[in-house]
Design a protein around this ligand. Structure first.
Ligand code: LLP
Length: 854
């Protein structure tokens, strides 16, 4: 149990402080620390993008250009303040005024000194920390806002250039009793990353990756019990997981390995932050703000060792190689010293070195904010006494791990991939922690991919290696879904299986969210998505209409609701026979016609009737090509070029066109789609003066995969309202199916067998593609959870399969689940739409039954 003054430093990167949900996570992490008697010190980086905007601003104002970027910086912060529900303007305005004064100075003098640049750049951290503190306070958390510059002092002479002094400062991480005393009375502290001050109280910055370094200095000074870096990937991986999703999580690393990985290219952690932590034995955790329940990577000195092993493959771009050749080097005393003195003078840090009797090749790490002309200057100075050849752009690719010398022979096959690359430099670190190759930058991605595949392609999730990034993502819930089944899991566990279960409250809430959009006059439910009578009753009570596509659907509606007003039924058949149209006119208020052919074949059926005409806008959208319903490759709708012919036919038989309709596809998440459809249909109105309603279709998607944002109904509504303003006489209709039902339904099934075959685990459940065919048919993704063990940490990776005799009978590939046993109940989420309605009794196995929860 930590003692009362046990500080924990939580550092959040620029991509972790950008949204309300991330700040909600920060608040809950802070609360969790408090609950276990720890004191959190939060270090916040500037909002992602702000640094670049401020740099652009400095350059542009200095060079006599405009200050447009200032508006962007302001807008981004004001928008976030609004999202956080805090009154941002008074908090931000003083910093903006400072910024304006500084810019005025830069503009007048046409000069930006490093000291002024440091102050301008710091606006980002100061503003975000003000907003963050106000938000946490509004959540009832007792926050102390701390100006980091009053604590962190740059070490005198830590850099030999003025640039470096102000923009790449170094601070000491010695224990700071004075600071500990000063903060003793505070329970939560929030401060800025990057910022420090010099001996004259001027603002200085810690340079690239500086927020990690300042957090580590705070941790060391406070003698914190741990430090956590919260970023946008859930830990450190065997390679960059954003590029290679088969990268495996590294559960733990020691400090040297972590620093090596960071300095050879892993950008989740800055190498400079490791030393202060190592010196004071402060464990470091690297975790992800958007998936805070994942444990991430632990860096400490008490982690288990695994002997000689490659742990990761990293890559650094932007490297310059300098090849220096001279025959005079042979036995020439002091030649190396002379050459290296030039690099020092130019402020260049050398990465790798290879020497021979007549040549030296050195790699120069990417030049940061410090000095752009330094490489040219060094080349020029070296040219005075030897032949110099700079080679750029290059990248260094490193194998990182322990005792690499002793595993070199095992790397044989992996190194074969180097054959085809031109390796410009090979080095092996004296520490035996890395083995690096410098190649031309354009070869680097491919080299990393192939090396990673060779080295890690066949290993499983065995310590220290965890699941792959792809597995971690596949096991995540899509964002922004606050699923009802988490609240009701006890009720679900008591149900018979296999069963589709629907939640009334969610059905109501989802349908109301579209029905109540101001520009929408009528909402119909596309009952093909789910036709369970209980579900239909819920929608009936909610006042929705029904979009039916077959006589069977019409039967069901009339049987369930004998008194239904015909205007609540819309009949939209496709390639239907004659009698279905006449039946439709009898039993539905509106019939949609999506072909000219029925008018030519059966004019009597349509004589003196009224129809809605479905037009093909020419471009389909949707989650899979099978569900895109517009364009020449699809069977739906009438091409606009045929509308004149339709008009002529209609006139001949006395058919009135009262509405126009288009539906471009299903599972669409871009809100602009429906306004575009509305404007498209609007453009046809001149030709159809009797049109009173436009049915802009369904197709509203829900997020299936993690990281995908839900459809923004606000934007949709706002744009449709604009359309309505220009067409006040028209009614707008929509006919969603999925959006109303998908997230309200889950499929429950019990585990029949857990089987290992080789290194692969299969979890079998009672029902499979006979109940839910979407994964097999569209490759669709459904989040799967072990309901019996809800809340337990993931411990295995498995394919979730059904009992059907087809290899495609898989509901989820490579899912991370807690240790799962026979009899456990699994829940397949997002199964309310196109689940049971598309099921079958294939293999004579009845599909899951259906249950409606009140
Ligand atoms: N209106 C028309 C004319 C339609 O063809 C459809 C769906 C809808 C409305 C409702 O679309 P929704 O709002 O549900 O996306 N089985 C596929 C979906 C097929 C959709 C067919 N037409 C799936 O599981 O994703």
């Amino acid at each position: 149990m930590p003692n009362a003054d046990s500080w924990v430093v939580l550092k959040f990167g620029g991509t972790s402080v950008a949204t309300r949900s991330q700040w909600d996570t920060i608040a809950s992490l802070v609360r969790r620390c408090q609950a276990s008697g720890e004191k959190p010190l939060v270090v916040a980086s500037a909002l992602d993008g702000t640094q670049d905007q401020l740099w652009t601003l400095i350059r542009s104002v200095r060079d006599g250009g405009g200050d447009q970027e200032k508006g962007k910086v302001w807008d981004a912060h004001v928008r976030l303040a609004k999202e956080l529900g805090v009154d941002g303007e008074p908090l931000l305005a003083p910093h903006m005024q400072d910024l304006e004064r500084l810019l005025l100075g830069i503009g007048l003098t046409a000069e930006s000194s490093p000291a002024t640049s440091a102050r301008v750049l710091s606006t980002g951290e100061l503003m975000i920390s003000r907003l963050g503190a106000a938000f946490l306070e509004s959540q009832g958390l007792p926050i102390t806002w701390l100006d980091a510059r009053t604590v962190l002092r740059s070490v005198n002479g830590s850099s030999n250039s003025v640039q470096g002094h102000f923009l790449a400062a170094t601070c000491s991480g010695d224990p700071d009793v004075e600071l500990q005393r000063r903060l003793a009375g505070c329970s939560i502290v929030l401060t800025q990353g990057q910022l420090a001050s010099n001996e004259h109280d001027q603002t200085v910055r810690m340079g690239c990756g500086g927020a990690d370094t300042s957090a580590a200095c705070f941790a060391a000074r406070l003698q914190a019990s741990r430090m956590e870096i919260w970023t946008d990937v859930p830990g450190m991986f065997t390679t960059d997981p954003r590029k290679i999703t088969s990268a495996r999580l590294l559960h733990h690393l020691d400090y040297e390995e972590a620093r090596e990985l960071a300095s050879t290219g892993a950008d989740v952690l800055h190498p400079r932050c490791v030393d202060p932590l190592r010196e004071h034995h402060i464990p470091l955790y690297v975790r992800c703000t958007d998936t805070p329940h994942l444990a991430g990577t632990k860096v400490a000195d008490d982690v288990p060792g695994y002997g000689a092993q490659v742990k990761a493959i990293s890559m650094r771009r932007g490297i310059t190689l300098i090849a220096i050749e001279t025959p005079r080097m042979w036995h020439q005393v002091g030649f190396l010293a002379k050459a290296f003195a030039i690099f020092e003078r130019c402020g260049l840090s050398i990465g790798h070195v290879a020497t021979s009797e007549s040549s030296i090749t050195v790699s120069i790490d990417p030049v940061q904010e410090v000095d752009y002309g330094a490489v040219d200057a060094a080349v020029h100075a070296l040219g005075a006494f030897c032949r110099v050849r700079p080679i750029e752009p290059c990248a260094s690719v490193s194998l990182v791990g322990r005792h690499l010398r002793s595993v070199l022979h095992e790397l044989g096959p992996a190194l074969e991939v180097l054959d085809e690359q031109r390796v410009l430099l090979v080095t092996q670190a004296a520490s035996d922690l890395n083995f690096s190759f410098v190649v031309q930058e354009r070869h680097a991605d491919r080299l990393v991919k192939r090396l990673h595949n060779q080295v890690f392609g066949n290993i499983g999730a065995q310590d220290p290696f965890g699941p792959t990034y792809r597995e971690l993502l596949a096991s995540e819930e899509p964002v922004n879904v606050r699923p009802w089944w988490r609240r009701k899991y006890e009720e679900l566990l008591a149900l018979d299986t296999p069963s589709f279960v629907y939640d009334t409250a969610t059905l109501r809430e989802r349908s109301a969210s579209v029905r109540d959009l101001p520009p929408i006059d009528r909402a119909f439910y596309a009952m093909k998505a789910c036709s369970h009578p209980g579900v239909l009753r819920v929608f009936y009570r909610e006042g929705l209409g029904f979009e039916c596509v077959s006589p069977g659907e019409l039967d069901l509606i009339h049987q369930l609701f004998p008194d239904i007003a015909p205007e609540r039924i819309l009949f939209t058949p496709n390639f239907a026979p004659r009698h279905e149209y006449s039946d439709g006119f009898d039993r539905a208020g509106y019939v949609t016609l999506d072909s000219l052919r029925p008018l030519e074949l059966w004019p009597n059926v349509f004589a003196n009737r009224e129809v809605i005409v479905r037009v093909d806008p020419g471009r389909g959208q949707g989650h899979h090509r099978h569900v895109r319903t517009a364009g020449s490759q699809t069977k739906f709708g009438i091409a606009p070029s045929r509308l004149s012919a339709l008009k002529a036919l209609a006139r001949d038989i006395g058919l009135n066109v009262s509405g126009l309709h288009a539906h471009v596809g299903s599972g669409i998440l871009t809100p602009e789609t429906w306004p575009e459809v509305a404007f498209f249909l609007g453009s046809l109105l001149e030709r159809f003066p009797d049109v009173r309603h436009l049915n802009i279709g369904g197709g509203l998607g829900v997020p299936e995969r993690p990281g995908v944002l839900p459809l923004n109904l606000e934007i949709l509504s706002e744009r449709l309202s604009r359309f309505k303003e220009s067409h006040p006489q028209l009614e707008l209709w929509m006919e969603p199916g999925r959006y109303f039902a998908a997230e309200a339904g889950v499929l429950l099934a019990r585990v029949t067998q857990v089987k290992w075959k080789g290194a692969r685990c299969y979890i079998g459940i009672e029902t499979g593609m006979n109940s839910l065919i979407r994964p097999a048919l569209y490759g669709s993704h459904h989040f799967i959870v072990n309901l019996t063990r809800i809340g337990e940490p993931a411990a295995m990776t498995a394919d979730i399969v059904g009992p059907i005799c087809e290899t495609g009978d898989v509901l989820g590939h490579g899912r991370r689940l807690p240790r799962t046993r026979e009899g456990d109940m699994l829940l397949v989420a997002n199964a309310g739409a196109y689940g049971r309605v598309m099921s079958s009794a294939y293999n004579c196995r009845n599909p899951a039954t259906e249950t409606l929860l009140a």
